[in-house]
Every structure is written in structure tokens, then in C-alpha cells.
Design a protein around this ligand. Structure first.
Ligand code: ATP
Ligand code: MG
Ligand code: MG
Ligand code: MG
Length: 568
């Protein structure tokens, strides 16, 4: 590629709405351009990365015996009704009507469609196992799209679906996909961890998530450095699929609750009691060993009875009709908050309404005590999620093999054992050896193709810009001639080198724009090309070029004949 014929549009400053580094750098490097909330144009530079990510995923899927097909973006509602998910998916699923008034989903995932396909195509045990995958646009009307490609509404996913004769077969297919994922993330050159995960809205039994390790990750992972125990902190309890963002774990502080706010003092308000003196809103009540454990959001600056009357200053009037409405108001659902005094994580989720309130702490009551010091994040606009848990660094690992450590991760892949969750509802059967119909056992396996870009950058950047791992860089090598438009010798050597690299299959870009060196170097450091070769008049007189790896701080003179050794 010649830069003059490509499209390069770098920016000095990132638009102010970009919050995290990967989003900022992708915008500045001209990789993506926002079209609407959670919707992006993939610009030529960004698309090259996406295509490389896809190519690695495709190669490893094929190697693992999965077969590529392509299922439609727009899917008839009837299929989603068969599994009950038309209603269950809620507002995250985008729905459209055609001219006849028929309902459709813009696919957030494809279990229904692939199961429909397989139940009509697969008749006999001889045709199993089979694993179909596609790399397709998804649409999820996320509650809060943010962080660029990290949580888009429109994004690209690789989703694969395996069908087996029995549970053992399904487990084997699952293992094959798990191993393929390990190869994929190794090839991306990213530091990652596979963790036991919660199944969420997909349903089914076992599942693992693959996380790219990064401090900005939305998920907290607990793992044991001296064994292979690793779990998403969500996985210990059936928590909803909500995003979570909290700083490093802090221990909860247990303090005596002020006099009048004992549990007995809590009056019922439309089925949801509020404590009197601590001005708190009860989020959930859990029975634990016969004891009631209260989870509270405590507010410091409003009178309780104002809330009781349904009036919260600065928030307008609000009347809670039911407990579930309160949860709606706080952006979570009832029944998911675990008791505070068990070894299980507890999450409290709040939406914009709450996040905008000042003087806000959250905690939990246990008889005469309440807890403060939960990991509450105030500077996130919304939703804000506090991650209250008793699991802290140094706790004993459940496998008894050491102590637990906690780190944050970005979920980039997810594998599930679904069993007959879908085949039962959709009657996806095959005939076994005895000619008897049997339900197929299913697995599904997702990778967030576009999210990988954001995750890779969160893990690999410096003050100059992105540092792409070579396997997914938009270009592997950039040639920077000093005075391409003025110096014949430089131009001739640059062209020769370029042709030679192209002939050798190197993904190289020649910067023939005639930019000044400072601007040219800044562009390529921002874009994050791993290898840079500078062709200058002075060096050429000695038959040398200058090589600099993206992570290196100074260039190395290299004889022209040896340059190949530096870029592979
Ligand atoms: P999250 O917990 O981040 O909302 P999820 O668990 O809902 O993700 P899955 O249904 O497991 O996502 O989908 C498989 C993969 O698709 C995820 O592991 C993630 O990499 C990617 N993905 C999911 N939602 C998005 C999104 N809004 N934007 C980009 N990638 C996404
Ligand atoms: Mg998830
Ligand atoms: Mg989700
Ligand atoms: Mg998931």
C-alpha cells in the first residue's frame, strides 16, 4: 500500500466524549468514526485490523472443524417466539416491522436461526456432530453504549454453534472450541485469561469467558495464582448480565448502624421499606440462615419522607408502584443481590438518576450493622455499578490450593454448553441408531471481533499512541523515506525496498506523502505500526537504513541487506 493512495486521517486531540484510552486512540488514529450512539463507520485503517482479526478467527475455526455459513441479520419473530426469547430479551433486542406488519428481530445472536436450520437439515446421527459459525453484524440496543467499539450497539461477532448426539459429544465439542479460543487469543498476542462464567440470558449449563486483562475492564476476575482456579466474580452467583465497573477491590467496612435504623424500624413503602434515620433505600432483602440481610443505598442529603412521598429533590416526582419499579429505577432487577455475609459477590447497580446524586454511599445492613466502603464509582456517568463482595485478595481459593487474587478483564469471548435448552423448545431432533428421535445437544461460542480492537489497545499503548501486536496491526511495516518527493536516491531505494517487501508477502505501507519527518513519525506511532524503517540520504551513502520497533526508544542503523531480519 502507498500512503498517498490510502486514506489516513489522524487527529491531534480526541473528541471529548471519548472516555477510555482505546476509544480516544482509535478516533485519533482515524480507525473509526462515530455515526450515532454505539454506531461507527469502520474507516479503512480500522477495517484492516478487523479483517486481520477475522482472518485469524476464521482460520482457527476452520482448523477446529467448524463450518462457515452466513445467517441473516433480520430474523423472523416466530423463531424467537418458539424459544420464548421474543419476550425475554427485552429492550436490548432491536425489533422492526415489515410492510405487512410482521415482526422481526435484528439479530443480537443466532441460536434460534441456527437451530431452525439444523432441525430441517440434520436427520440422522450420521450427520452429527456439526458446528456452524458465521462472522456477522450484531445489533444490541445496549442500555449504555460506550467506549467506542468496546460496547457498541452495532458490532461484529463470530458466533459458532455445535450440535451433538449426546452430552459427552457436546462436552467434547466444547473442549475443541475452548482450545481453539486459546490458540486464537495467543495468536492475537494478547495477555488473556479464561474464567468460569455465568450463563446469563443465554441459558444452559457450563460456560467460560475469555478476558483480555486490562485495568479498565468491566469485569472483575478472581483467580488463584498457584492453581488453575479462575472465575468471573459474577459466576459465583446468578447475577444478571449487567456491566460492572469498579476500582480495585476495597474491603468492606462494617460499622454499627445508627440507633434508629435497625431492621425492625424499617417501614414498608409499597412493599419496599425504607430505614428512617439513615435515609436509605432498601434494594433487596435476602433471607440468610433465617436472618434478614438488608442491602441499602444510603443517601446523605435528602429527607427520607420526601422519598417516601415519591419526591426526590432534583429528580422530579417519582412514585414507586412496586418493588420491581424501584429496581428499575436503580437499574437492576430484584432477586439477584446475594446476602452480604456469605462468600458470594453482591452487586448494586444504579442508573443515571442515582449517579447524579451527591453524597452517595452504598452499603448493606446486617442486623445492627451496615457496611460501607463498597466499590462505588462516582465519575462514571451511568450506569454506575458498585461491586460489593466479600471475596478479597488473599482469601482462600475454593480449590484449597492457595489464595485468591483479583484482576480486571474485558470479555472478548464466551463459550457455553447449552444442552437441549434450544433443541427442546424448537424440537431439533435426529434419529439415533435405533431410529428413535433424540434431542440434539448444543453449544455456542462467541467472539467479539470488533471489541478485540479496543481490548488490544487497552493492553498495548503508550503516550504516542497504539502499539498493535504484529498479527493484527493494520500494516506490519511502514517505510518512511526522508524526502520522497525531493530526493531521487531516497525515492529509488524506498520504491525498491517496498517492491521487495510486497513480493515477499510483507504487509507494508510506503509513506510517499512527502510529509515532514516529525509529522510522519507521529502519525505512524499513533496508528501503531510495529516496525518502522527510515530511508534517509545520509544512511544510504553508507548502505544503511534505520530500523525502529514501535516499543523501542531509538533507531538502529541496519545494512540494507539485513533489514528483512528485523521485521519478522
Ligand atoms: P457483555 O457482558 O460485555 O455485555 P455479553 O456477555 O452480553 O457481553 P455475549 O452474549 O457473551 O456478550 O456475546 C459474545 C461476545 O460478543 C462477548 O464476549 C463480547 O466479546 C462481544 N460483545 C457483546 N456485546 C458487545 C457489544 N455491545 N459491543 C461489542 N462487543 C460485544
Ligand atoms: Mg458478559
Ligand atoms: Mg451484554
Ligand atoms: Mg458473555
Amino acid at each position: 500500500m502507498r500512503a498517498s493512495r490510502f486514506f489516513i486521517s489522524t487527529l491531534k486531540e480526541a473528541p471529548s466524549d471519548a472516555e477510555i484510552i482505546s476509544h480516544k486512540l482509535m478516533l485519533r488514529a482515524g480507525m473509526i468514526k462515530r455515526l450515532g450512539s454505539g454506531i461507527y463507520n469502520y474507516m479503512p485503517m480500522g477495517l484492516r485490523v478487523i479483517r486481520k482479526v477475522e482472518a485469524i478467527v476464521r482460520e482457527e475455526m476452520n482448523r477446529a472443524g467448524a463450518v462457515e455459513l452466513l445467517m441473516p441479520l433480520v430474523q423472523p419473530a416466530e423463531l424467537w417466539q418458539e424459544t420464548g426469547r421474543w419476550d425475554k430479551m427485552g429492550p436490548e433486542m432491536m425489533r422492526v416491522k415489515d410492510r405487512h406488519g410482521r415482526d422481526y428481530a435484528i439479530q443480537p445472536t443466532s441460536e434460534e436461526v441456527v437451530t431452525d436450520l439444523v432441525r430441517t437439515e440434520i436427520k440422522s446421527y450420521r450427520q452429527l456432530p456439526v458446528n456452524f459459525y458465521h462472522i456477522q453484524t450484531k445489533f444490541r440496543d445496549e442500555r449504555r453504549p460506550r467506549f467506542g467499539l468496546m460496547r457498541g450497539r452495532e458490532f461484529t461477532m463470530k458466533d459458532a454453534y455445535s450440535f451433538d448426539r449426546n452430552v459427552e459429544g457436546m462436552q467434547q465439542s466444547y473442549r475443541i472450541m475452548y482450545d481453539a479460543y486459546v490458540r486464537i487469543f495467543n495468536r492475537f498476542g494478547l495477555q488473556f485469561r479464561a474464567v468460569a462464567a455465568d450463563n446469563g440470558a443465554i441459558g444452559g449449563s457450563g460456560s467460560h469467558e475469555f478476558h483480555v486483562i486490562a485495568d479498565t475492564g468491566e469485569d472483575a476476575l478472581v483467580y488463584c495464582p498457584s492453581s488453575d482456579y479462575a472465575a468471573n466474580i459474577e459466576a459465583a452467583d446468578a447475577l444478571p448480565l449487567i456491566s460492572m465497573r469498579a476500582p480495585a477491590a476495597q474491603p468492606l467496612v462494617k460499622t454499627p448502624t445508627p440507633e434508629k435504623s435497625k431492621c425492625e424500624d424499617v417501614a414498608a413503602l409499597l412493599g419496599l421499606p425504607l430505614t428512617r434515620t439513615v435515609k436509605s433505600i432498601v434494594l433487596a432483602v435476602e433471607k440468610n440462615e433465617g436472618k434478614e440481610i438488608w442491602l441499602l443505598l444510603l443517601r446523605g442529603d435528602h429527607e427520607l419522607n420526601e422519598v417516601k412521598a415519591g419526591k426526590v429533590p432534583g429528580l422530579g416526582e417519582y412514585r414507586f408502584a412496586s418493588e420491581s419499579e424501584i429496581f428499575e429505577w436503580f437499574g437492576t432487577k430484584p432477586g439477584y443481590l446475594g446476602p452480604i455475609n456469605t462468600k458470594k459477590p453482591v452487586k448494586i447497580v444504579a442508573d443515571r438518576t442515582v449517579a447524579n446524586m451527591s453524597d452517595f454511599v452504598c452499603g448493606a445492613n446486617e442486623e445492627d450493622f451496615h457496611y460501607t466502603g463498597a466499590n462505588w464509582v462516582r465519575d462514571m456517568p451511568e450506569p454506575v455499578v458498585a461491586d460489593i463482595r466479600n471475596v478479597v485478595e488473599g482469601d482462600a481459593s475454593p480449590d484449597g490450593k492457595g489464595t485468591l487474587a483479583i484482576q480486571r478483564g474485558i470479555e472478548v469471548g464466551h463459550v457455553f454448553q447449552l444442552g437441549d435448552r434450544y433443541s427442546r423448545d424448537m424440537k431439533a431432533t435426529y434419529l439415533d441408531e435405533g431410529g428413535k428421535p433424540q434431542l440434539m445437544q448444543m453449544g455456542c461460542y462467541g467472539i467479539g471481533i470488533t471489541r478485540i480492537l479496543g481490548a488490544a489497545i487497552e493492553q498495548n499503548f503508550d503516550d504516542k499512541g497504539i502499539i498493535w501486536p504484529a498479527s493484527i496491526a493494520p500494516f506490519e511495516v511502514v517505510l518512511c523515506p526522508m524526502g520522497y518527493d525531493r530526493n531521487e536516491a531516497v525515492k529509488a531505494e524506498a520504491d525498491k525496498l517496498y517492491d521487495g517487501l510486497v513480493a515477499n508477502g510483507v504487509d507494508v505501507i510506503l509513506d510517499d506523502r512527502g510529509e515532514r519527518p516529525g509529522a510522519m513519525f507521529a502519525d505512524w506511532e499513533l496508528i501503531g505500526v510495529p516496525h518502522r524503517i527510515v530511508i534517509g540520504d545520509r544512511g544510504l551513502k553508507e548502505g544503511a537504513l534505520e530500523y525502529q520497533g514501535r516499543r523501542e526508544t531509538s533507531p538502529t542503523p541496519v545494512p540494507i541487506s539485513q533489514i528483512g531480519e528485523f521485521i519478522r
